[in-house]
Each structure stands twice: as C-alpha cells, then as structure tokens.
Design a protein around this ligand. Structure first.
Ligand SMILES: Nc1ncnc2c1ncn2[C@@H]1O[C@H](COP(=O)(O)OP(=O)(O)OP(=O)(O)O)[C@@H](O)[C@H]1O
Ligand SMILES: [Mg+2]
Length: 239
C-alpha cells in the first residue's frame, strides 16, 4: 500500500509527432508503493507517457520527477539505475536463451558481477514463480510465463517503480490471474507500479488508483471505485 510519499511525478507533459498532438499537458503522480493503472483507447497516448517517464523518449515538453529529482533530461539507463524499471508492449525476451539466462543477462547488463548477477537472477525468477521453468527456452514457455520472466528481468536491479505496458495482452484467464498476483506480491513488498492495460477488469481489480487518457488528455484520475461514475470516462472508453 502507498505510504503517501510521491515516487513519480509527471507535470504538464506534452508530446507532438509531426503536427499530431499525442499528449497535451498530462500531469499526475504515483505514490511510493502504489499501483496506478493507466487506461484509455488505442492511440490515447499511454505508451507515449511511459516513454517520457522512462526516458525512452526525450523530445517531450514538461517535467518528470522521480523520488524528488527532476529526471526530465536524464537518459533512460540512468533512470533505470535510479530505480525505474520497465517492460515493453512487444515481447522482449531472447527466444533461444533459457528463462534464467534472459534474467541473468539483464543482471549482467546492470553491471553486477557474475556471482551477484546469478544470485539476483535466481531470486527474481523465484519471486515471479518461474523457478520450475527457469532452464527452459523462453520461446518454449507459455506467453503468461514469458510475461513473468519479463517482469523478473525488470526486478533484478531491485527497482522502486515498475512501469508495465500491457502485461496481460493475449493471456488466458488463469495467466491473467497469475500475473496480477505477482504484481500484488511485489507491490506488497514495496514496489510501486504504473501499468498500462486494456483488461479493464484486471486493472480495476488490483490498482489503487486509475488514470484515464483520451486523445492525449487526462480525463480521469481517482480511485478505482469512482472511475465508473465519471461520465467522460464512460463515453470515451468503458462504453
Ligand atoms: N513515434 C511516433 N511517430 C509518430 N506518431 C506517433 C509515434 N508514437 C506514437 N504516435 C502517435 O501518438 C498517438 C499516441 O500513441 P501511443 O502509442 O502513445 O498510444 P497508446 O495509448 O499506447 O495506444 P495502444 O493502446 O494502441 O498501445 C497515436 O496517434 C500514435 O499514432
Ligand atoms: Mg501503447
């Protein structure tokens, strides 16, 4: 649960792509150890927000703060070192490496020694409940397990904020539940989440708060129990 302190701040973030206003003055905060869902229709600007937050994109205007520091112009690898982790909308595992190797490589890339990388990778794989399939090739495990391994890769640096882009897409119901449970367990251990997800039912089930974007603008920011009442949200997205 949230402690009330702010982990991440986005202040008036705007982004234009060749005349298309993908984001317009989007501001919000994510508290320490809070789970915040970011939802909205296709093309609403969700991934664009995540790219600005994590430093994948630096051509936005506005400000991103992370744990009290202005990181707007801080490169992505440095943000990662400061404790920001991310998974991507597209599959990012090396298919011909084992699940364990995928995680270990991420730990080595983070600059850990061989011994420490191995130890952290083992710990991360266990924490997402993928220990039993650790030695299998990433390409050969079910999609839901691949998503868990992607999360394991992201936690090897022991981040304080995890940014996920559609971690449930294409998953079967049982896998959805498994990934949601892992998110909740990691959150209970103190990790904050900002996650983009089209599975609204899952988002509303495990998030503490939800932000709705539509056409690059924030149209709702509040508790999961209030989102259904917001008329604009209903019109734009929830139907
Ligand atoms: N690199 C880019 N170049 C040009 N336009 C872009 C680029 N990235 C995003 N856009 C445009 O910005 C808008 C927001 O895109 P974004 O990918 O952030 O949407 P999204 O909410 O993540 O959608 P989805 O749910 O489909 O993933 C869209 O109109 C998209 O076409
Ligand atoms: Mg997207």
């Amino acid at each position: 649960m949230s402690t009330g302190a702010v982990a991440l701040g986005a202040e008036r973030v705007s982004r234009e792509f060749g005349g298309v206003q993908a984001l317009k003055d989007v501001s919000f905060a994510v508290g320490e150890a809070e789970i915040v869902g970011l939802i909205g229709p296709n093309g609403a600007g969700k991934t664009t927000v995540l790219n600005a937050i994590t430093g994948v994109d630096t051509a936005f205007s506005g400000r991103i703060t992370f744990r009290g520091q202005d990181v707007s112009r801080v490169p992505a690898p440095v943000r990662a070192r400061l404790g920001m982790a991310r998974t991507f909308q597209r599959a990012s595992l090396f298919p011909s490496m084992s699940c364990f190797e995928n995680v270990a490589v991420a730990a080595l890339a983070a600059g850990l020694s061989q011994t420490e990388a191995r130890r952290r990778a083992e710990e991360a794989v266990e924490r997402v409940g993928a220990g039993a399939v650790a030695q299998r090739l990433a390409a050969e495990v079910p999609l839901g397990t691949q998503r868990l391994v992607e999360i394991a890769r992201a936690i090897v640096r022991r981040p304080t904020l995890m940014v996920l882009d559609e971690p449930l897409s294409g998953l079967e119901e049982a896998e959805v539940e498994r990934v949601c449970r892992v998110i909740q367990e990691l959150n209970a251990a103190g990790l904050a989440f900002l996650w983009v997800e089209h599975n609204t039912r899952a988002v509303l089930a495990i998030s503490h708060r939800v932000i709705v974007l539509d056409l690059g603008r924030k149209i709702f920011d509040g508790g999961v129990d209030q989102v259904g009442e917001a008329k604009e949200v209903l019109d734009a997205y929830l139907g």
